[in-house]
Design a protein around this ligand. Structure first.
Ligand SMILES: *Cc1c(COP(=O)(O)O)cnc(C)c1O
Length: 355
């Protein structure tokens, strides 16, 4: 701790992302990246954009990208906000729309960045326990609040809520904003974006990091009523007028234009996921039903942290959270069929040798 730090900085507990180790031949199943490369059209667009035009600032409003997103989702471009990864969009959402007198509500088991933003922006929050099956019970959120946020499907559980439940919650909490973080929705869920037309308090967040294989480009967006978007713009323009560079804008536009590639890679991930789930169950794991590009699994006879450590020795990394309720679970990203088979082989050897 430095005496030069502000009191705010002294009190922060920053989010720790999954590691990006520099180990050769690593099977990396710890941060929910897509195992498939980005669309060739994305790479071509980025190469084309790498020219002397980089001398100039990008479009501060990323108009081309907002239009491409709006076209894809059949909404108006004025209902789209873009940012440098959905983490940045989420940060602005907490600051602009969820900071009120009443506490913001989110699940006890969820994306662990949410409480970090609350501390950064001094926002009161209350966690609502998932049920025994690790499901969100929307009825528990029907109480006075300064906003509600959860991922759908939830992370790190992978469990999906139906749109009927999202709609019912949006309709009964009209005095505050309901934020649905759809980082994983393309792997088997249905987006709530169409509902934003009917519910001015509903904001939907998506990212290009997972389903569009662009974690390294850093692009995320929010879709919602023009009032909500304007609130986000006000914060953004008080923070960084140019969150997306020219390369990111061009690559992201191309990603939305190549619908076919996007759909085929999502399908491949979902197919591999079901094989991975079955393989894990064969080894004695309990695996939650997943609508995401990861599975959440626990074994009755093997300590999760130990399993993760033994896998690491085999150059396979998965995510283990030392957090209440989930410290006996592993979150395993769906890789290619070959990577998942290597993981299953590795777990088979480990559980055979330590039983
Ligand atoms: C990965 C993830 C994000 C962040 O995605 P970026 O766009 O890469 O910042 C947001 N929310 C959830 C639930 C995620 O899992």
């Amino acid at each position: 701790m430095s005496r030069y730090w502000s009191n705010l900085v002294k009190g922060l507990t920053p989010y720790v992302p999954g590691e990006q180790p520099k180990i050769e031949n690593l099977i990396k199943l710890n941060t929910n990246e897509n195992p498939y490369p980005p669309s060739p059209r994305v790479l071509e667009a980025i190469r084309k954009e790498a020219n002397s035009g980089l001398r100039l600032y990008p479009d501060p409003d990323a108009g081309r990208l907002r239009q491409a997103i709006a076209d894809f989702h059949k909404i108006d471009a004025s209902h789209v906000f873009v940012g440098n990864g959905s983490d940045e969009v989420l940060a602005h959402v907490f600051n602009a729309l969820l900071k009120h007198d009443a506490p913001v509500l989110f699940p006890d088991v969820t994306y662990s960045f949410y409480p970090v933003y609350c501390r950064l922006y001094d926002i009161h929050y209350e966690t609502i326990p998932l049920d025994q099956d690790f499901r969100i019970r929307t009825a528990d959120y029907r109480k006075p609040n300064g906003g509600i946020i959860f991922p759908n499907p939830n992370a790190p559980t992978g469990c999906l809520l139906g749109l009927d439940e999202i709609e019912a919650l949006a309709s009964c909490s009209q005095d505050s904003v309901l934020v649905v973080d759809e980082a994983y929705v393309d792997f088997g869920g249905k987006s709530a974006i169409p509902l934003t037309r009917d519910y001015p308090n509903l904001l939907v967040i998506q990212t290009l990091s997972k389903s569009r294989s662009l974690a390294g480009l850093r692009v995320g967006f929010a879709a919602g009523n023009a009032d909500l978007i304007e609130g986000l713009e006000r914060v953004k323009n008080s923070f960084n007028s140019y969150p997306l560079g020219r390369l990111a804008i061009s690559g992201a536009v191309a990603a939305f234009e190549d619908r076919e590639y996007f759909e085929s890679t999502c399908k491949a991930v979902m197919k591999t996921r079901e094989g991975l789930k079955a393989g894990l169950e064969k080894l004695g794991f309990s695996v939650l039903p997943s609508s995401a590009n990861f599975v959440f699994a626990s074994h009755p006879d093997h300590d999760a942290a130990l399993l993760a450590a033994r896998l690491r020795e085999k150059r396979i990394i998965v995510r283990h959270f030392r957090l209440p309720r989930i410290d006996q679970h592993l979150r395993i990203t769906v890789g290619t069929d070959e990577q998942c088979q290597a993981l299953l082989d590795g777990l088979g050897e480990i559980s055979g040798s330590t039983r």
